[in-house]
Structure formats: C-alpha cells, structure tokens
Design a protein around this ligand. Structure first.
Ligand SMILES: Nc1nc2c(ncn2[C@@H]2O[C@H](COP(=O)(O)OP(=O)(O)OP(=O)(O)O)[C@@H](O)[C@H]2O)c(=O)[nH]1
Ligand SMILES: [Mg+2]
Length: 209
C-alpha cells in the first residue's frame, strides 16, 4: 500500500536571496531573472517520491517577503521543516540566516527540520561566503546544509529530497512532525517525481496555516 505524507515547509531569509526563485524552480522547474519581491504569501504544493511506496507532499506556504520579518511567528508556526536561505554573494545575508535559525531554535516546534541553503551558486565568482564557513556553522548547529542555484537548478531537487528523507515518516498524511525523528532509516532509490501526488503540482491552493 502506498503512503503519502504531507508536511508544511517554510522558506525564510533576507529579501532577494532567492526564496521565491527556489520555490519556482522546485515546483515548476522555471526561473525568472526579473522576479519581483514577494508581497503576499503564495501557497504551492510539490510532491517528492522517495520510493515506489512513499511520497512526501510539501505544502510550501508562507513564502514571505524578506521584509516581513515582524510577522515571523505566524509564518513558521506549525511548520515541519524550514529552508533558511542566504545568498553566497552577500555575507550579510548569512548573518540574517543565523538570526532566523536562532529564532527557529527558540520558538518553532522542537522537531522542526532546518536546512541552511546558500543560493546563487552560479555566481561563485562573486562569492562572499565560503563553503567552509557555512558548513562549519551548519555542523555546529546540527543543520542540513547545501548550496543551490535557482537559476541553473543545481542542488534544488537535492535539498528538498534530503529534507523529505529526514522528516519523520511515521503516519500517512502526517501534517505535524510531532513524532520525533523516527522512521528516517535509509531508503534506497530516491528520485523526484514531479507529477506524483494527489494535488496538481504548482497550483496555488487554499492555505490552512
Ligand atoms: N544568478 C542568480 N540569481 C538568482 C538566483 N535566485 C534568485 N535570483 C535572482 O535574485 C533576485 C531575487 O530573487 P527572489 O526569488 O525574488 O528573492 P526572494 O528571497 O523571494 O525576495 P523577497 O520576496 O523580496 O524576500 C531575482 O532577480 C532573481 O532572479 C540564483 O540562483 N542565481
Ligand atoms: Mg520572494
């Protein structure tokens, strides 16, 4: 019997680091060089297939504009996982990411899975944040870490798949990650199946945050 798990994912980070672009790449496999700053919160879904039997559907909600920080607790309340994004060409954006992570560690559900994501890896020639520095910080804090490019697609599927693998898959259609980190034993043959799932991938939907 196949099982579908559902988790709420939020993206946090300074304005213009590429949060909306990462979602657009993940959900629709598109990129827009002139993406406008997010004003409202869009709600999208995308499904990752872990194996023949198991799919993880992400409700990607509260893709907030970086400026809207004062509304933060609303955005990550009930989130099962968070992608905290910085721009590898802007060292100040890593500082902002650290602030978000501290806040999540203090205020979010203790079982939240946090991934630190250095976006714009295609702009490595303008790099201000070294991989060593970011990885060291992530290791110290026990976070997942990777670099991505929403522009080229590098690392994007991988970060969401890695999150899906780390989430506690204990009950079908789980909407809360309240069951600890159980059920994360290694699963072979990971792949992303963008067509899978019950909902139409990429379609805005009602947000129940
Ligand atoms: N070169 C490059 N540009 C990127 C990448 N990701 C995003 N951008 C560009 O960076 C700018 C900001 O991207 P957004 O996705 O709007 O950033 P955001 O974090 O959602 O910004 P706010 O909604 O204001 O918080 C846009 O011009 C994007 O085209 C990337 O991986 N590489
Ligand atoms: Mg945005």
């Amino acid at each position: 019997m196949s099982k579908q798990f559902q988790f709420k994912l939020v993206l946090l980070g300074e304005s213009a680091v590429g949060k909306s672009s990462l979602v657009l790449r993940f959900v629709k496999d598109q990129f827009d060089d002139y993406r406008e700053s997010t004003i409202g919160a869009a709600f999208l879904t995308q499904t990752v297939t872990l194996d023949d039997q198991t799919t993880v559907k992400f409700e990607i909600c509260r893709d907030t504009a970086g400026q809207e920080r004062y509304k933060a607790p609303m955005y990550y309340r009930n989130a099962n996982c968070a992608v905290v994004v910085y721009d590898i060409t802007q060292s100040a954006s890593l500082e902002k990411a650290r602030t978000w992570i501290r806040e999540l560690q203090r205020q979010a559900d203790p079982s939240i899975v946090i991934a630190l994501c250095g976006n714009k890896s295609d702009l490595a020639a303008r790099r201000q944040v070294s991989q060593e520095e970011a990885k060291k910080y992530a290791d110290e804090e026990g976070l997942m870490w990777t670099e991505t490019s929403a522009k080229t697609g590098e690392g994007v599927t991988e970060i969401f798949t890695a999150i899906a693998q780390k989430l506690p898959l204990t009950a079908p259609s789980a909407t809360r990650a309240g069951a600890g980190r159980a059920g994360t034993a290694a699963r072979a043959g990971l792949d992303l199946n963008k067509q899978a799932g019950t909902g139409a991938a990429g379609q805005p939907d009602a947000c129940n945050c």
